[in-house]
Design a protein around this ligand. Structure first.
Ligand SMILES: Cc1cc2nc3c(=O)[nH]c(=O)nc-3n(C[C@H](O)[C@H](O)[C@H](O)COP(=O)(O)OP(=O)(O)OC[C@H]3O[C@@H](n4cnc5c(N)ncnc54)[C@H](O)[C@@H]3O)c2cc1C
Ligand SMILES: NC(=O)c1ccc[n+]([C@@H]2O[C@H](COP(=O)([O-])OP(=O)(O)OC[C@H]3O[C@@H](n4cnc5c(N)ncnc54)[C@H](OP(=O)(O)O)[C@@H]3O)[C@@H](O)[C@H]2O)c1
Length: 382
């Protein structure tokens, strides 16, 4: 396998990079917003390998910060200490340093005590873990404050009850050999309604919708352990399955394969909701097919017909060829949704091995375990 990533940049010493391009890839449709983001590494020499991710420090939504300040009766000018022990004003700290969406248990306990909220106290008892998770689903810090108006806090006390605002990871969608000094990302904006409010994911909405060209993006590389291309000189085939934003590392893979003139076959499974409007990077795949960097692409458009069609259906449809790739020593890469897609693709893989490899259920499990231990079945799922 190729590539090892070492970097001087880290969580404690992030690179201050710059957003250099933003493009809404799904502008034709209403159901989701997926953005192509380019980040200029400002001649830092920051290195990475296809398969790595970028850790990004986001900022909270200023409207949500304003609302919190208002309901808590703060001006925003109060001086507080950040988790890194620096002094700053409360508005800054709530924007850049503290998590103001995900409530910490410390905040829940303090709100329950101060407001004498017996229902919340009950939910916080160790026997009610599942009920607490259900209660918290779709609730943010602002909801806890609004639901407990009798709970009053000083500014210091309030930030002491919040978690640190953490980085979010994004699979890198470009290769340095294709775009030196640059990182591309493919970001789906998290947006949902709960308790009569529209909520947005902190980082996906910040990087996509609250930054401008030239805005600073603090970031560092996190190595994609094992999510690596084979040696380009070997003719090991690869199969890539990346529905939605799961496509990101495979764009980096294709750029790298083209620049290294990689030998083996490469087959891509991609799925999205509509062919017209969400065929992410469609022209690039066509070019890679034309110059044989990519051998084959199979697509699944889930909402273009009555029945859902997903990548695993396409994998099953093409079971015979999929099996022949595996028997030729292919590496199978899966990237994207961990909760639903990855387990369904995993069961499709087992089915193919049983059906086309003439194996029993337990032999198929063994075959998959062997694929895993020989690093020929790799997942980058979230
Ligand atoms: C290795 C790795 C690679 C990744 N690569 C990519 C990538 O290439 N592209 C990409 O877009 N993402 C990628 N992700 C996901 C990314 O890191 C973030 O998790 C994602 O962008 C959401 O972050 P956020 O800050 O916008 O949302 P957050 O503020 O973290 O909010 C997300 C949370 O909102 C809550 N939530 C979401 N929907 C609902 C709902 N309907 N009802 C109630 N609550 C809900 C859930 O608690 C969820 O955890 C990757 C993750 C990992 C670990
Ligand atoms: N609201 C949120 O929290 C939110 C928003 C955006 C992304 N995300 C998460 O971010 C990740 C990537 O999201 P994304 O927008 O890139 O893509 P995604 O939500 O994973 O959707 C990509 C494609 O996969 C399909 N899909 C749904 N269930 C599947 C399954 N069981 N097997 C195979 N394919 C399936 C989707 O179809 P259908 O949608 O038509 O079923 C769609 O066509 C996922 O983890 C997702 O859950 C969360």
């Amino acid at each position: 396998m190729t590539g090892n990533t070492k970097s001087v940049y880290s969580r404690k010493n992030p690179l201050h990079a710059k957003i250099s391009k933003k493009e809404l890839l799904t502008s034709k449709i209403k159901e989701k917003k997926t953005w192509h983001i380019e980040i200029d590494l400002v001649d830092s020499g920051m290195e990475f390998t296809p398969g790595d991710s970028l850790a990004v420090f986001p900022e909270n939504d200023p409207n949500l910060v304003n609302e919190l300040l208002q309901v808590l009766n703060f001006t925003g000018d109060e001086i507080v200490i950040t988790p890194s022990k620096n002094e700053t004003n409360l508005r800054n700290a709530l924007t850049k340093d503290y998590a103001i969406t995900t409530p910490d248990k410390k905040l829940l306990n303090a709100a329950a005590d101060k407001a004498n909220n017996s229902t919340l106290k009950e939910l916080l008892s160790p026997d009610n873990k599942k009920d607490l998770i259900d209660y918290l689903w779709g609730r943010e810090v602002i909801d806890i404050i609004l639901e407990n108006p009798a709970a009053k806090f000083s500014a210091d006390e309030f930030v002491g009850l919040l978690k640190r605002l953490n980085v979010r990871l994004y699979s890198i969608a470009s290769s340095l050999s294709h775009s030196p000094n640059q990182v591309d990302l493919t970001v789906a904006v998290v947006e949902y309604e709960s308790h009569d409010r529209t909520r947005q994911g902190v980082c996906s909405s910040w990087i996509s919708e609250r930054t401008e060209i030239g805005s600073e993006a603090k970031c560092f590389i996190t190595p994609g352990k094992g999510f690596r291309l084979p040696d380009p000189e070997e003719d090991t085939p690869i199969i890539m399955c990346g529905p939605g934003t799961g496509i990101a590392p495979f764009r980096a893979f294709m750029q790298e394969r083209k620049s290294t003139n990689a030998k083996g076959d490469a087959w891509l499974f991609f799925g999205e909701i509509h062919e017209d409007g969400c065929f992410l990077y469609e022209n690039e795949w066509q070019d890679y097919l034309n110059d044989r960097t990519l051998s084959k692409i199979s697509t699944a458009w889930s909402r273009d017909q009555e029945e859902k069609v997903y990548v695993q259906h396409k994998i099953l449809e093409e079971g015979q060829e999929f099996w022949s790739y595996l028997e030729r020593g292919a590496i199978f890469y899966v990237c994207g949704d961990a909760e639903r897609m990855a387990p369904d693709v995993d069961s499709a893989l087992h089915k193919i091995i049983q059906e086309h490899g003439n194996k029993s259920e337990s032999e198929a499990i063994e075959y998959v375990n062997e694929l895993k231990s020989s690093k020929r079945y790799r997942k980058d799922v979230y």
